[in-house]
Design a protein around this ligand. Structure first.
Ligand code: ADP
Ligand code: MG
Length: 572
């Protein structure tokens, strides 16, 4: 078990202390795992109905995060996934109750019902007006099956919001309770889990899921769901959950709802947005009008990866209650209104990325330049897995895909490029393609390499071997200027610069172009190999420092690969 905690026994008090320390509108009831509105007494003496919820911890930000004017007056936390004691609930009731009374909002679990129910009875005997509403929004379970009743899930948070707004609007207890009951009856929730979660005191997950397995219709305590299945695309997950919920609520086309996309704890925000996008599109297609929608972590199951969807039928009155202001820290700041359709804005018009060939001529299929470019592309695509692996050891693992993407883009664009008679224009076009399709560090560095080579060829007004050698040197200079790396910094420069120098020196010594190219390839390969003994000073590898030793730099290795393919293609 790997968790950011101090001590297993202190998880709940430590988390509540942090919550209260962060939010001045919250206070803790001394000696209890109970979060209160700091102004709970004032609110009660103004005649506001007090709202209390709670249950086992592990569902953060529920329920402490929903304490604040406009939502809960107090939240009672038990141990992780364990209902709080009757006395704890009673303490909370006594702490926040005024003459207007108290509404308890309870998720439908046996322990919670018993402890909140008994506390309510004792409080009534003490003369406090108490009502209790049980939320059972889990549509994965049949409504009248052979079980302890449907469970309370993320839809409970919407009940908090609606009842809280009614209470802060001055409604009497019976009315607040009715608003909560009506909302609970108009709710449906169902979830899916991708991973289990680990209760700190247990130290290991409650169940296991295979690599491609998911659990449909699970509870929020790591308890198993109604069915285990194989992972399906997010859109299919949304479709199945919505179908079940809409079917259960008997939702008809034309009806109005609020949608909650809830993170069970360990789902990246990106995946939540993907699911939300699918859900909204599907609801629109079914002509169900989504009046409000939120995506976020509302009621979690520790670090479980997965989501739940909730639909709540709304009318104007319920919408007004959802829209009412609240100071509860976990209620989203956005008002939940969504656009009628996805809006997209046109990008500013840019100059064409590929220069139009002046004479309209395109590269011929058998031009040596084209052969070379195709050979480079083939080699880079072949090397994708190797470069990925090398970059994973010392960087982030994206170099393989970046180089393969460059190759793919070049292959796609090449047919529209100028003729090989204008090699500078071809290099410029290639640079534009690389600039467009490759990001990361190597994208701009290769783009400048090609751009500078093009400029040099243009300036020299010839394209013989010495001209290409000079262009290569200029190109490497460009990489060093933009990237700021020198030799010895453990980057692609450690392969590029020796290669450019060897090419130049060989030609100066009167060698043939073929021999000079061989020399350049050897210099690049040696330079790349030597990086294994260098401590990185540039790029992402520099963060791991000495730990990179023993592994050659992937960018430098890639230079050796593509340069060798240039050589091979020219010889063929
Ligand atoms: P990242 O993922 O870090 O953005 P890439 O995976 O696209 O980068 O490329 C990694 C390679 O880029 C490294 O192996 C190294 O050869 C090269 N590199 C990193 N920083 C520089 C730099 N400042 N100058 C030249 N090359 C660099
Ligand atoms: Mg990388």
């Amino acid at each position: 078990m790997k968790k950011l905690i101090n001590e297993v026994a202190h998880v709940v008090p430590d988390m509540l202390a942090g919550l209260a320390a962060l939010h001045p509108q919250l206070a803790l009831l001394q000696g209890q795992n109970i979060v209160l509105r700091a102004d709970a007494r004032e609110a009660a003496s103004r005649g506001e109905v007090a709202l209390i919820s709670g249950g086992g911890a592990g569902h953060e930000p529920a329920h402490g995060g929903y304490v604040g004017a406009g939502m809960l007056s107090a939240a009672v936390a038990g141990e992780v996934f364990t209902s709080p004691s009757t006395d704890a609930v009673l303490e909370a009731i006594r702490a926040v109750a005024g003459r207007a009374g108290v509404l308890l909002i309870v998720k439908n679990y046996t322990g919670d019902r018993l402890n909140f129910g008994l506390a309510a009875e004792i409080a009534r005997a003490e003369g406090i007006a108490v009502e209790m509403v049980v939320v059972a929004d889990d549509v994965a379970l049949s409504a009248n099956g052979d079980h302890a009743g449907r469970r309370g899930l993320a839809g409970t948070v919407l009940v908090h919001k609606i009842a809280g707004a009614a209470a802060s609007g001055g409604a009497p207890l019976a009315e607040v309770a009715q608003a909560a009951r009506d909302a609970a009856a108009a709710l449906g929730t169902m979830g899916v889990a991708l991973t289990p979660c680990t209760v700190p005191a247990a130290g290991k997950p409650g169940f296991t899921l295979g690599e491609a397995e998911i659990e449909w219709g699970l509870g929020i305590h790591g308890e198993a769901g109604v069915e285990r299945g194989t992972l399906v695309p997010a859109a299919d997950v949304a479709a199945r959950l919505l179908k079940q919920i809409a079917g259960d609520l008997a939702l008809q086309a034309g009806e109005r709802v609020a949608l909650l996309v809830n993170n069970l704890g360990g789902t990246p925000a990106s995946e939540l947005d993907i699911v939300a996008g699918s859900a909204l599109a599907q609801l629109a297609q079914q002509n169900i009008k989504v009046e409000r929608a939120w995506a976020g972590t509302f009621l979690s199951a520790l670090e479980m990866a997965g989501i739940s969807l909730t639909l709540l039928r709304v009318d104007e009155r319920r919408l007004a209650l959802l829209d009412a202001a609240t100071q509860a820290p976990a209620w989203p700041a956005g008002d939940g209104r969504i656009a009628a359709g996805t809006q997209s804005v046109h990008a500013a018009a840019a100059a064409p990325v590929t220069p139009t060939p002046q004479d309209g001529a395109r590269m011929s299929a058998d031009a040596p330049l084209r052969r070379v470019i195709e050979a480079v592309c083939a080699r880079l695509q072949q090397a994708e897995a190797l470069l990925t692996d090398m970059d994973q050891k010392v960087g982030d693992g994206d170099l393989g895909i970046s180089m393969a993407r460059a190759a793919q883009g070049i292959r796609e664009d090449m047919a529209g490029w100028p003729s090989e008679q204008q090699p500078a224009a071809v290099l410029r076009a290639m640079s534009a393609t690389v600039r467009r399709v490759v990001g990361g560090t190597s994208g701009p560095l290769y783009a400048i390499l090609l751009m500078r080579a093009a400029a040099s060829l243009e300036e020299q007004r010839r394209a013989n071997a010495p001209a290409w050698a000079a262009a290569f040197s200029e190109a490497v200079k460009g990489v060093m200027e933009l990237g700021g790396a020198k030799t010895g910094d453990r980057t692609m420069v450690d392969a590029l610069l020796p290669a450019a120098q060897a090419l130049q020196a060989s030609l100066d010594a009167g060698e043939t172009a073929a021999v000079a190219l061989d020399a350049a390839v050897s210099a690049a390969e040696q330079g790349a190999a030597a990086t294994a003994a260098m401590t990185p000073r540039r790029g992402r590898s520099s963060y791991i420092g000495q730990r990179a030793l023993g592994h050659p730099d992937p960018g430098a290795h890639a230079v050796g690969l593509w340069l060798a393919s240039v050589c091979d293609a020219l010889k063929a």
